[in-house]
Design a protein around this ligand. Structure first.
Ligand code: NAD
Length: 274
């Protein structure tokens, strides 16, 4: 992780975080950023166990604490098991990052019900199940001022496609728009318990999920036309935002979505007056 994340060191000291889908891409960068900031991290994964194990090993090698826990976030029983494992390993949970997500792209007329339901079940229902379990734990334990001024933090990974329609991916766009309102409603409902809920909406970040969009120089050039800031995002761009949102530095921020997108949501087609 680059040195600028080191300046966030200790911002999350003594806290325990669960990062769903934490073994790859954005989730893995958040895991590393959190560990550097002093958190003990539960790396949730559903596939590619070896990547979760390697990440845990790296964090432990750097003096941090982490465990890998397999669970499908769309399965109620497995989400409970995930939280039980986190509490057993670290004594509690202070931060949840609802990061796990997937795409099953197809034009509407060819999209199967399974394509639709799989994406909604993982991207939206999975966030509901994990947030519910986290809120139960945060409310049970309440504020521990030695750890944080709030009882807990939930970060919901959304996408610029919670506001930008995306042809050929109606399941994904609908799931992320759902996440945006899930996040706001939970923020409203849970504020009384001193629980903060916020969202991050990444633009184009180089990971496996959008490999097709940047795999050739031509495609990368086309993608850059959509990004006023002139570069594709790095996973650490999202990790830095997540560390801040999870820390007391962002206390008083709840119900907000941080668009970390190099300006992708600024209607770049209108740069020259439209
Ligand atoms: P990724 O494919 O590397 O990460 C997704 C992770 O979720 C994987 O580890 C995958 O195994 C896991 N996952 C999928 N289904 C799961 C399930 N049922 N239970 C547990 N884990 C499951 O891609 P990424 O780009 O790192 O995506 C992370 C998040 O960021 C996703 O929610 C994605 O929608 C969002 N996002 C990514 C981008 C981007 O440009 N990369 C842009 C906007 C939003």
């Amino acid at each position: 992780m680059n040195s600028s994340l080191n300046s966030a060191r200790r911002l999350l000291e003594g806290q325990c975080a669960i990062v769903t889908g934490g073994n790859t891409g954005i989730g893995a960068a958040i895991v590393e950023g959190f560990a550097e900031a002093g958190a003990r991290v539960v790396v949730n994964y559903v596939a590619e166990a070896e990547k979760a194990d390697a990440l845990v090993k790296r964090i432990r090698g750097n003096g941090g604490e982490a465990v890998a826990v397999e669970a499908d976030v769309s399965r109620e029983d497995q989400v409970r098991t995930l939280f039980d494992a986190a509490i057993k390993a670290f004594g509690g949970v202070d931060i949840l990052v609802n990061n796990a997500g997937l795409q099953r792209d197809a034009p509407l007329t060819e999209m199967s019900l399974d394509d639709w339901e799989t994406v909604i079940r993982v991207n939206l229902t999975g966030q509901f199940l994990c947030a519910r379990e986290a809120a139960r734990e945060f409310i049970r334990r309440g504020v521990n001022p030695e750890v944080s001024v709030s009882a807990g933090k939930i970060i919901c990974m959304s996408s610029v496609h919670d506001v930008i329609p995306w042809a050929g991916r109606v399941n994904y766009a609908a799931s992320k728009a759902g996440v945006a309102m899930l996040m706001k409603t939970l923020a409203q409902e849970l504020a009384v318990h001193k629980i903060r809920v916020n969202g991050i909406s990444p633009g184009a970040i180089k990971t496996c999920i959008n490999y097709d969009a940047w795999m050739t120089p031509e495609r990368e050039t086309r993608l850059l036309e959509l990004i006023p800031y002139g570069r594709i995002g790095h996973t650490r761009d999202i990790a830095k935002a997540a560390v801040w949102l999870a820390s007391d530095e962002s206390d008083y921020v709840t119900g907000a979505t941080l668009y970390v997108d190099g300006g992708m949501t600024l209607y770049p087609g209108f740069e020259d007056g439209g």
